[in-house]
Design a protein around this ligand. Structure first.
Ligand SMILES: [Zn+2]
Length: 412
């Protein structure tokens, strides 16, 4: 079987989808369930129908396009990603996995290959957290990680509930029906741009993802006591920002000393009240993001954060209240899917790098219900989530070829 990727068609489809955007080219903005997102979905469904795939969607809008195998009762082989895009994003994040997945299926069809297991393209709803403040809504619900009850409570910044928004997008049915049945997929593979610089830097065309890091995010409120910057003498102060400064450094130190370079911790937001030059900070709010590929190690950083918070609170006579917003567990990819990807690379004499996904993806959640791995292709300078995000046609075609080979192997 000689698989040939129609790179010209694939690239022109990526361009066509990028043109369905609320931002001016080359930027792409496609927020879930906006008219633009719905247009993009309709365009994509038409491409899937052209390929002869049978389409269905679930009540949250996850879209399944299936190439039925010769034994359709067997658990299917899945591939896919997302087409929603944050404001002012690029053309490739998510899209490469969706249109690459479609082209991989078409390329296999052109060879005359007949899969034994069905091969299914899955387009996830709202991988990006833009509208509802939480990412991967579709894959969280498919895997049962986000309950229908919790999903019903989600609202966008204009106060519209997820329920209202999906109904206005003509999605009916109870959210309880979204969760996939046991053993729905035999394997799942997501093709994606790396969103980091390692492949490009090392001139390696492909990355086989062995684990997916996951963030824990916290909000920390620190309450001290305000006052006049001239009037309150130093021994009497309970400065919330000085306490925050100590805590930020303690968080950095906890990540640095975890014993592994996969541990990263970031305090990305520091809000200071009242925020006046001649007023002692009375209140500070920090937003913290801690990531690791190992749950125990990440939890260790959180424990150190709590110990430091208590010590700093006592010493500085302030109150420090950490509030956990989200703590998804990291995932190891499935050895059999990693091996299928690696074997496909070897078959085509393509060098590959086993690597960690430091961003998280729908695959993080699908890995809880199916053996899952990811395939990365390089992107220029590691840029992503910006209009100059770029992956070359050659890299996209190589990724799509290896994906096709892998889907074929897994579906036999
Ligand atoms: Zn993505």
């Amino acid at each position: 079987m000689r698989i040939e990727i129609d790179s010209g068609r694939l690239v022109s489809e990526i361009e066509a989808l990028a043109a369905i955007s609320d931002a001016e080219a080359p930027a792409v903005t496609r927020i879930v369930f906006t008219p633009t997102d719905l247009n993009a979905r309709a365009w994509l469904k038409a491409r899937c129908e052209e390929a002869g795939l049978s389409l269905r969607h679930d009540p949250i809008g996850n879209t399944f396009a299936r190439w039925t195998g010769s034994n359709p009762t067997l658990p299917a082989v899945g591939t896919g990603s997302h087409i929603d895009a944050i404001p002012n994003a690029g053309k490739y994040d998510g899209v490469v996995g969706v249109l690459g997945g479609l082209e991989a299926i078409r390329a296999l069809q052109r060879t005359g290959f007949q899969p034994r297991r069905s091969i299914e393209l899955l387009v996830f709803t709202s991988e990006e957290p833009t509208r509802f403040g939480i990412g991967c809504i579709g894959s969280r619900m498919l895997s049962g990680t986000l309950s229908p009850k919790a999903a019903r409570q989600l609202k966008d910044s204009e106060g519209a509930s997820l329920e209202e928004v999906r109904e206005s997008a003509n999605l009916s049915g109870e959210l309880e029906a979204v969760k996939l049945p046991e053993a729905y997929y035999n394997a799942f593979v997501e093709l994606h741009i790396e969103q980091g610089p390692l492949l490009e830097r090392q001139r390696i065309p492909l990355g086989v993802v062995t684990s997916i890091a996951a963030p824990a995010s916290l909000r920390i409120s620190i309450e001290g006591s305000g006052g006049h910057a001239g009037g309150v003498l130093m021994p009497d102060r309970r400065d919330a920002l000085c306490a925050a400064a100590e805590l930020i450094l303690a968080i950095e130190n906890a990540a640095r000393t975890s014993g592994a370079s996969d541990t990263v911790a970031t305090v990305g937001i520091c809000e200071v009240f009242p925020g006046a030059v001649n007023s002692i900070p009375s209140r500070v709010r920090l937003s913290v993001d801690i990531r690791d590929t190992d749950l125990k190690r990440r939890d260790g950083v959180m424990q150190q954060l709590e110990i430091a918070a208590q010590a700093i609170a006592a010493k500085r006579r302030v109150s420090i209240l950490p509030e956990m917003l989200n703590a998804d567990a990291p995932a190891d990819c499935a050895p059999e899917v990693i091996e299928a990807l690696s074997e496909s690379c070897r078959k085509h004499n393509l060098n590959f790098l086993p690597m960690v996904s430091r961003a998280y993806h729908d695959s993080l959640f699908i890995s809880r219900i199916a053996p899952t791995a990811m395939l990365f292709i390089p992107c220029r300078n590691g840029y992503s989530h910006r209009p100059d995000e770029y992956a070359s046609p050659e890299d996209i075609a190589r990724g799509t070829l290896v994906l096709a080979e892998t889907l074929a192997a897994l579906s036999r």
